[in-house]
Design a protein around this ligand. Sequence first.
Ligand code: 5GP
Length: 115
Amino acid sequence: MSQSSIFTRIINGEMPGEIVYQDDLVFAIKDIHPKAPVHILIIPREEIGMVNEIGQSNEHIAGRLLSVAAKLAKQFNLDKSGYRLVINNGRDAGQEIKHLHVHLLGGRRLTWPPG
Ligand code: 5GP
């Protein structure tokens, strides 16, 4: 049997992590190596691996990831100044953890285009 992801272990209390939000479908934690003053990861409870695996059966979860991102952006006072949502999908994007997650980044000017 394959091992649970790092994120699942955090939400199950098996690993330390700063949980900032949770509901029936998703949860959010602070990134351990923040790339901006606010860097939060919004994660489905179900271990969907990547965007490639989103389809009709789980699009309600994908929608929840975005609505929670908007809620947290407001909570962390980013809604007026702006913020960026990032989902790395696969090798070329540098996806490190194979459990879908949305990065919420803000609190400083973010450059564009990304590297
Ligand atoms: P990815 O490259 O897969 O899109 O992003 C993975 C993110 O997870 C990175 O920003 C990395 O800093 C973060 N991360 C990796 N391990 C841990 C951990 O154990 N705890 C937390 N909170 N974040 C982690």
